[in-house]
Design a binder for this molecule. Structure first.
Ligand code: NOJ
Length: 561
């Protein structure tokens, strides 16, 4: 297994709109980020992944880009961005930028040209088709509700948008598009960035002919996933990108890939295939969704499913490829509210979840606010929500299908993306210290109790626990490179495993419940030395490691030599 800096790193994601506002306009910005770099340094993270800061009309908060080479006015200027990069590098923190090239904004100059006429030189930058029997070219549904096609009067054709109407899909079959993307990547890499997170990058190759998806229930629009997820030319495109661009820099890449399985994940990330370094897979965050349904159809998590899924990824990528490890990002609900207990055991369960994740093999990602246990939010009214995915779904379900708004609000409280997008709670002052103006989205009312300032001041806090986990990674190679082995596979509450490197072994035991189950282990081989690396309760060292009773949401990690 080759050693790489990005295997040893911990990444922190910043969603700039909600991170920190320096000028009182209610929107986070780049100077706000600069003002918090010492905080990130104290936490100890090695890399920042910055969600998009490019010019954008903000239909999808920057994931709809109108100029890939310029900074969004609300966030600052290119000079601010360059200052930020220099300040990060000064502190030994690397920067990876978001690369959103499955689609652009409809306000991008390429699309403005493309829609003008069928013979415009930019026409083939996007995916245009004539209608079929007066309707869309096929029956695919967009990720943000409604059809995946939009009719454009000027040329009497439809363009494809797998996400919002204002996010037309780029045509990767066109070599000119690929060249433009590679040039743009070099533009940022030559400014000194350290890599990319690639938005839905396994969607860029679509099946020829864009066929209708099977529709046994006769719905208006259905998911066309099988025709663009891990499509026919995806490996070819990524390999080309690697050859043309990535291989010329010492950078890290992580591809966001809904619908990727471990076998595919290995193909995307094995060194010798020269594609990407790691992928964000979705299996573990789909386990609280009813099978075959979209994310709003809730189902309680069965811990055995989570262990099976994460365990499979661990084993499959053991000898080739590399895992990313995440609970949270700007699209997912807050983990302590999701798989933990955000009431009585908020601190304890947040630490347990962190332990379980960071001790597995892979590069861990921390999402802003996770490091001090921010929770989901419950806004009274749909009008307080801002996310296009949430709002489109609500409108379609309530106004087109006549569904019960209360049921839908329950789904939104559980799964809505705005759970992750309320402003970072920096302190107990008005608007949680995020802004001096009016925040673009309301602050979670629990900010007086849950905020970064309080967490930094308390050495027993979640923040200091994350700090310790990050520190331990630097001191224990076994945490990075050790082989993973699952224990107690079928236990419904205990998630336990070992990591082994040479004669060192980590024993990681976590309890995903408020109960007090027994941990049982038939340890192979005598151990002359055991120490507790980290735990969220005091551990009695006299206790036998082969069998002990866990406290609610307990986590403990032994190092055995
Ligand atoms: C995935 C991003 O993480 C999400 O926020 C965005 O809405 C879609 N891709 C479309 O870009």
């Amino acid at each position: 297994m080759s050693r790489k800096w990005w295997k040893e790193a911990v990444v922190y994601q910043i969603y700039p709109r909600s991170f920190c506002d320096s000028n009182g306009d209610g929107v986070g910005d780049i100077q706000g980020i600069i003002s918090k770099l010492d905080y990130l340094k104290e936490l100890g993270v090695d890399v920042v992944w910055l969600s998009p800061v490019y010019q954008s009309p903000n239909d999808d908060n920057g994931y709809d880009i109108s100029d890939y080479r310029d900074i969004m006015d609300e966030f600052g200027t290119m000079a601010d961005w360059e200052e930020m990069l220099a300040e990060m590098h000064k502190r030994g923190i690397k920067l990876i930028m978001d690369l959103v090239v499955n689609h652009s904004s409809d306000e991008h100059a390429w699309f403005v040209e493309s829609r003008k006429s069928k013979d415009n030189p930019y026409r083939d930058y996007y995916i245009w088709r004539p209608g079929k029997d007066g309707k869309e070219p096929n029956n695919w549904e967009a990720a943000f509700s409604g059809p995946a096609w939009n009719y454009d009067e000027t040329t009497d054709e439809y363009y494809l948008h797998l996400f919002a109407k204002k996010q037309p899909d780029l045509n990767w079959e066109n070599p000119k598009v690929r060249e433009e993307v590679y040039d743009m990547m070099k533009f940022w890499l030559d400014k000194g960035i350290d890599g990319f997170r690639m938005d839905v990058i396994n969607f860029i190759s679509k099946v020829d002919g864009l066929p209708d998806a099977p529709n046994p229930e006769g719905k208006k629009y259905v998911s066309g996933h099988q025709y663009f997820m891990n499509g026919p030319r995806i490996h070819e495109f990524l390999h080309e990108m690697n050859k043309e661009v990535l291989s010329q820099y010492d950078v890290m890449t992580v591809g966001e890939m809904p619908g990727v399985n471990p076998e595919e994940g290995k193909m995307y990330t094995a060194d010798e295939r020269e594609e990407l370094n790691m992928v964000f897979q979705f299996e573990h965050v789909d386990l609280d969704t009813q099978p075959g349904k979209n994310k709003w159809h809730l189902k309680p998590l069965d811990l055995r499913d989570l262990k099976r899924s994460l365990g499979k990824w661990q084993v499959e990528l053991e000898d080739a490829g590399w895992n990313s490890l995440y609970w949270n990002n700007h699209d997912q609900p807050r983990i302590v509210s999701r798989f933990g207990d955000d009431k009585e055991y908020r601190e304890i369960s947040a630490k347990m979840l962190a332990t379980c994740l960071h001790m597995m093999k892979g590069t861990p990602y921390i999402y802003q606010g996770e490091e001090f246990g921010m929770t989901n939010v419950r806004f009274e009214s749909i009008d307080q929500y801002k996310d296009i995915e949430t709002l489109n779904m609500y409108n379609e379900r309530v106004h087109e299908y006549g569904d019960d708004p209360e049921d839908i609000m329950t789904s939104i409280y559980t799964k809505g993306r705005d759970n992750a997008r309320t402003p970072v709670q920096w302190d107990e002052s008005e608007y949680a210290g995020f802004t001096t103006g009016t925040p673009w989205i309301e602050v979670n009312p629990n900010y007086k109790e849950i905020n970064a300032k309080a967490a930094v001041a308390d050495t027993n806090s979640i923040f200091h626990y994350y700090r310790k986990l990050i520190q331990l990674r630097k001191e224990n190679e076994v945490m990075v490179y050790g082989k993973f082995e699952m224990l107690m596979d079928e236990h419904p509450e205990v998630f336990a495993y070992t990591r082994t490197l040479g004669n060192e072994k980590l024993l990681v035991v976590t309890n995903f419940s408020g109960n007090t189950p027994m941990f049982e282990w038939e340890s192979k081989g005598e151990r002359s030395n055991k120490e507790v690396l980290i735990s969220n309760y005091e551990v009695n060292l006299e206790e036998e490691i082969s069998s002990f009773q866990l406290k609610p949401w307990e986590a403990r990690v032994y190092k055995l030599v």
